[in-house]
Design a protein around this ligand. Structure first.
Ligand code: SF4
Length: 515
């Protein structure tokens, strides 16, 4: 169980409907923007209905004041800080160092996410790190809690005191295509298997999708609390989002049109009333609470929303066009708008195996499946080459030549081709993700390169027919890449047990449920 505090006591109490609010600090260590945030926190502290204030971590890929910097000031207002913990700018040592720091300062509520790709900053674009993905970071945190860290770090140092965090993760139930949506749900199951305690959704306004998420979790026997994101944008921000300028947010044009009408009529309260209605609706769908946010909002605006939400009658038509703004041609996991227990998911049509996959799978079986003779012979050749530098160099050059031609191989030394339908994530995904996609894709295109398909959408389209979301969600979790193997031969590393297959071999003996 996560550490007890005001936020967790509310979140895990089935009779409570937990309210959190998102603060977005900007660049600089002070200034009017920050003062406004802290004034909001003080007012929210006096009010008492908001149980946690989440503080973003370099939002949008831009440098900003670190969440921990105002975490302690927020805590002084009597509200628990929920710190975003993004992975885009930290390598795994920085991740650990931050976790030790946060734990020592008792910042135990963390929302773990990959984060938006770094944007332009000092002398150009910052270096994207993504050394761990969110699944791996959650698993690291659980290993730090359960004392299994040292074994995976191969460390003989004295184990450190267990670290307990309340680990949150994110999901986007608002993707418009099958491949993106199924991956989001599959990766969510993987995050929960890796140790996530609660979930926060991405921004969206499609009630059917909100209901679908709860149903997917129940269908898979998952009972973690979920906070639904209720974002209250101004018209300018709504247009910015609808233009696809915020990674991962797919904003409905119908809501922009509605807000333009409201502007025409001078109805300044409309966005607040809509948020109140949305909260009322979401409460009836099985969410544990809502994660509020918005721009140009004062605390009295938020108090108005909460007052109104609690005064509204029970919602009869949850697909009411006052709150339900689907994105056109969205794909749904369940055929029925509001799935009940009996409803089965829409059959998936992932894709089909490509001819090249059969050839690659055949060679993979012949050279790397321990059972057969050719693989054992190739293994002996690799171990023979491994004994001298010249033979190692020859084997590495042969591997480089063949795999660069076939897979745009980056010679990472820790090959995951067989886990990603024989296309290479190091070459195809700018975030180098190993356990499924980020949340940034839009209509199947990549967050970073919108002129290309998302790498994991391409993987989905190469999955065998009949593959299910649950199968995707229960795949062995790929551990972080071992950088000590970079630019070495992954063939030799495989057959000497140095790569992740060797590691998985070891850890599966000790912790089967992460496989
Ligand atoms: S390829 Fe997909 S997973 Fe990788 S960064 Fe782009 S959108 Fe994200």
């Amino acid at each position: 169980m996560p550490t007890q505090n005001k936020f967790t006591r509310s979140l895990y109490d089935p009779d409570e409907f937990t309210i959190t609010y998102e603060l977005v600090p900007g660049q600089g260590s002070g200034g009017r923007g920050l003062e406004r945030l802290l004034a909001f926190a003080r007012a929210a502290g006096e009010d008492g209905r908001i149980k946690a204030l989440s503080i973003t971590d370099n939002p949008g890929g831009h440098p900003a004041l670190a969440p921990i910097a105002i975490g302690s000031e927020v805590r002084k207002t009597g509200i628990e800080p929920l710190l975003h913990f993004s992975l885009k700018d930290k390598n795994r040592n920085q991740v650990e160092s931050h976790l030790f720091h946060y734990h020592r300062q008792r910042f135990t509520n963390l929302l773990v996410l990959g984060g938006d790709f770094p944007k332009l900053s000092y002398y150009g674009q910052a270096k994207p790190v993504f050394d761990l993905d969110s699944v791996q970071a959650l698993q690291l945190m659980r290993d730090m809690e359960e004392g299994t860290y040292n074994r995976k770090a191969g460390s003989r140092r004295a184990p450190f005191e267990p670290l307990f965090f309340n680990r949150g993760c994110v999901v986007s139930p608002f993707k418009t295509t099958e491949s993106e949506q199924v991956w989001q749900y599959a990766k969510l199951l993987a995050k929960i298997r890796a140790g996530a305690h609660f979930v926060v959704t991405q921004v969206g306004y499609d009630i059917r999708k909100f209901a679908e998420l709860i149903h997917v979790l129940r269908d898979n026997g998952v009972r973690v609390p979920v906070l639904a994101n209720v974002f209250i944008p101004s018209l300018a921000v709504a247009r910015h989002m609808a233009a696809g300028r915020v990674p991962g947010i797919i904003f409905p044009d119908s809501l922009v049109s509605r807000m333009e009408e409201e502007k025409q009529t001078g109805d300044t309260q409309a966005r607040l009333l809509r948020a109140a209605r949305l909260i009322r609706t979401l409460r009836g769908l099985g969410f544990a609470g809502v994660h509020l946010g918005g721009n140009d909002l004062t605390f009295s605006d938020v108090a108005y929303v909460l007052d109104t939400a609690s005064s509204l009658d029970t919602v009869t038509d949850i697909l009411d066009d006052q709150v339900h703004f689907p994105v056109k041609q969205s794909w749904y996991y369940y055929r029925d708008a509001l799935p009940d227990k009996s409803v089965r998911p829409t059959p998936l049509f992932p894709g089909k195996r490509h001819r090249d996959q059969y050839i690659h799978a055949l060679f993979h079986t012949l050279l790397f499946a321990p059972a057969n003779l050719t693989s054992r012979l190739f293994g002996r050749l690799c171990r023979f080459c491994d004994r001298t530098r010249i033979r190692t160099a020859i084997m590495r050059s042969i591997e480089t030549w063949i795999k660069t031609l076939l897979f745009y191989c980056r010679m990472c030394g820790d090959c995951t081709l067989a886990e990603s339908t024989y296309i290479c994530p190091q070459a195809g995904c700018p975030k180098k993700l190993l356990n499924g996609p980020c949340g940034g894709s839009r209509n199947m295109t990549c967050e970073v390169y919108p002129d290309r398909y998302c790498f994991w959408v391409r993987v989905y389209n190469r999955l065998p027919p009949g593959c299910t979301m649950e199968e995707l969600g229960s795949r062995p979790l790929s551990p972080p890449k071992n950088w000590a193997l970079d630019k070495t031969s992954s063939w030799i590393n495989f057959h000497t047990g140095r790569d992740h297959h060797g590691l998985q071999e070891i850890s599966s003996k000790k912790r089967p449920d992460t496989q």
